[in-house]
Design a protein around this ligand. Structure first.
Ligand code: BG6
Ligand code: MG
Length: 220
């Protein structure tokens, strides 16, 4: 039986938390008097918390002390956690749960590859943590996407080569990370934004019925 490592990003792929990250960053930028719109936000998708704040400060041409920097990061995370406090199974993105279950039925290995330090509690809230054989998140990696570390770590732990791995991503940085690793990159979102991906779908529900077979025989 052909097998591949299936590696999923979390925010914006499994669950629509990307909108809550945006709201929390926007509030934080406003508190520093920095203009922040969906355009800038696109560049923060997949980017770690600390690097996101650095970018916002750069865009706003602002400097803050290390103490204020830390307190702003804490503030952003508190607001974010408040916004996601009611997450449940019903917040899983369309088609994702079914796709994961079909992979499990076919005994295909599943991993998470996320920049978020909140990944594990979020998967628990969604009730799908047990579907993931391996979880690599913001607490395990040192180099942020577009560096491929997070995905290489995940496929390595599953015991697969990068060429035998498929990554699902909603961010430009994440698609670039998968490509750099030599993995098949599947974008979830807009073709125009994710054009570097090997294939792009708006949702998992837009994939053809036998798409798992297609992916299993697909070469990078
Ligand atoms: C990524 C998100 O998955 O995780 C980013 O796309 C977010 O928007 C990053 O900044 C870090 O997440 P967290 O939960 O550790 O602040
Ligand atoms: Mg994402």
């Amino acid at each position: 039986m052909i097998k591949k490592a299936f590696i999923f990003d979390l925010d914006g792929v499994i669950v629509d938390t990307a909108k809550f990250h945006f709201i929390a960053w926007q509030r934080l930028a406003a508190s520093l008097d920095i203009n922040f719109t969906e355009v800038e936000n696109e560049q923060l998708k997949g980017v770690s918390r600390v690097n996101s704040l650095k970018k916002i400060l750069e865009w706003g041409n602002k400097e803050i002390s290390p103490e204020v920097f830390q307190s702003k990061m804490d503030q952003k995370n508190e607001e974010y956690l408040e916004l996601i406090s009611t997450l449940s199974t019903s917040d899983i993105m369309p088609g994702v749960h079914d796709f994961l279950l079909r992979l499990q039925q076919r005994q295909q290995p599943i991993a998470l590859g996320s920049a978020s330090k909140n990944a594990r509690p979020i998967l628990e809230k969604l009730g799908i943590k047990n579907l993931f054989e391996v979880i690599v998140d913001g607490t395990n990696v040192t180099k942020a996407k577009p560096d491929p570390e997070v995905f290489l770590n995940a496929c390595d732990q599953l015991g697969y080569d990068p060429q035998e791995s498929v990554v699902f991503e909603d961010s430009v940085a994440g698609v670039q990370a998968a490509n750099k690793a030599g993995m098949i990159s599947i974008g979830l979102g807009e073709q125009e934004i994710l054009h570097e991906a090997d294939e792009v779908f708006e949702y998992f529900t837009d994939m053809p019925n036998d798409y798992i077979n297609t992916l299993l025989s697909k070469k990078k």
